[in-house]
Design a protein around this ligand. Structure first.
Ligand SMILES: NC(=O)c1ccc[n+]([C@@H]2O[C@H](COP(=O)([O-])OP(=O)(O)OC[C@H]3O[C@@H](n4cnc5c(N)ncnc54)[C@H](O)[C@@H]3O)[C@@H](O)[C@H]2O)c1
Ligand SMILES: [Zn+2]
Length: 354
């Protein structure tokens, strides 16, 4: 069991990482015995996990709402459905929401918690690797609009995050690999210990060895919580978490957000950003090889040649990270630290994508 503290001041919260079943006394302490509980989950989450959680919670009033699985549930209509349920159940400010699922469930539950009665507490129990190492930490909550993803939301920290690696046993392979994309990212943007662990334990990571999973999740979260605690509202250093994301988002958008997972897209984005780092003289050729070899050692694709500059151009220039008409890129340096810059030769983007 490991514990990490994230957030500052009043919005400080504990992240608990375990390989075993759910820690009963901690969950009940976080909920408070007299409070009502609504568990939000989705249809892809094995029913046994819901049963297991219900068994652990001692409170008399525990309800469950199950959204259909997939990104389309991060919608106005699911938001309304959850809020109506809270109103019908007469939730007050001391009652708790629990997100049991991946990033979709976590994001919408957080947004409901942020806005119901101007804010009630919520607990994140992430079940996908991506949610465990990324979306459950940092307090970004959101739903999608037809105009774009995550356009409606708020920064609102959870009360508690409970991560159990035992959920990962049932996670489909492509979703597992998607989460690994973000794990690798933390290794490339500054966590040297994590980078080394990945380089020396690829086989164990692939077979989801429990011990190694706990270690890479812990290191990933340390990096994320460190950065987001310094920059809660994304005005500075948080930008380095977007390593690989300018090109990754462009690849996702070019695919119409179908047929490629987020992690697979940002992995290709990291290869492209590393090539630009190399062309710009920030890293050596063997370091570029190291990026590509590390990614492929975990069974992730590094070949981005089907995405040409002409395909991605319009998405790169419309990315959120374009400020004052200048494209900002997150690149890496020789010491494997990431940095944001708008100073680069645009031709190197074209070169990296040719
Ligand atoms: N808030 C943030 O900071 C942040 C960061 C990154 C991503 N996100 C958001 O997270 C979402 C993506 O999250 P995701 O990749 O977890 O996708 P997801 O929530 O759609 O989960 C992926 C799929 O795996 C299934 N699943 C989850 N856990 C499982 C388990 N243990 N066993 C079997 N199946 C399981 C789900 O039912 C779903 O079908 C996106 O909406 C993205 O915008 C948010
Ligand atoms: Zn990401």
């Amino acid at each position: 069991m490991a514990e990490i503290l994230a957030g500052k001041g009043k919005s400080k919260y504990k992240i608990h990482i375990t390989g075993k079943s759910l820690p009963k006394s901690e969950i009940n302490r976080q909920i408070g015995l007299n409070n009502k509980v609504l568990i939000v989950t989705d249809s892809g989450i094995p029913k046994t996990y819901i049963k297991e959680l219900r068994k652990v919670i001692k409170n008399r009033s525990v309800n469950v709402i199950t959204l259909s699985q997939g990104e389309k549930s991060k919608s106005f209509s699911s938001y309304q459905k959850i809020l109506n349920k809270l109103l019908d159940l007469k939730f007050d400010r001391s009652d708790k929401l629990i997100a049991l699922g991946g990033g979709v469930v976590g994001d919408i539950t957080g947004f409901c918690a942020a806005t119901y009665l101007r804010g009630i507490e919520y607990i994140q129990i992430p079940t996908s690797l991506l949610a465990q190492v990324d979306s459950s930490v940092g307090g970004k909550t959101a739903i999608n609009a037809k105009q774009g993803k995550n356009l409606i939301g708020s920064f609102y920290n959870p009360k508690f995050v409970l991560i159990s690696t035992h959920f990962l046993k049932t996670l489909p392979e492509n979703e597992y690999k998607s989460g690994l994309g973000e794990v690798i990212k933390y290794g490339f943007i500054g966590n040297k210990k994590l980078k080394k662990i990945i380089e020396t334990n690829a086989k164990k990571i692939i077979i989801r060895d429990e011990k190694i999973l706990k270690l890479i999740i812990e290191e990933s979260i340390k990096t994320k919580s460190n950065i987001v605690t310094k920059d809660e509202k994304e005005t500075g250093i948080r930008a380095i978490l977007n390593f690989g994301h300018t090109f990754g988002h462009a690849i996702e958008a070019y695919n119409g957000f179908k047929n490629i997972t987020h992690g697979a897209a940002i992995t290709l984005g990291m290869v492209i950003a590393s090539k630009i780092s190399y062309f710009e003289g920030h890293i050596k050729d063997y370091q570029l090889d190291n990026v590509i070899n590390t990614i492929s050692s975990l069974g992730l694709n590094t070949d981005h040649k089907k995405y040409k500059y002409s395909h991605l151009k319009k998405y790169i220039t419309s990315d959120k990270k374009v400020a004052d008409g200048k494209i900002n890129l997150v690149l890496i340096d020789k010491k494997f630290n990431a940095f944001k810059t708008s100073k680069f030769n645009h031709k190197n983007i074209i070169k990296a994508l040719s």
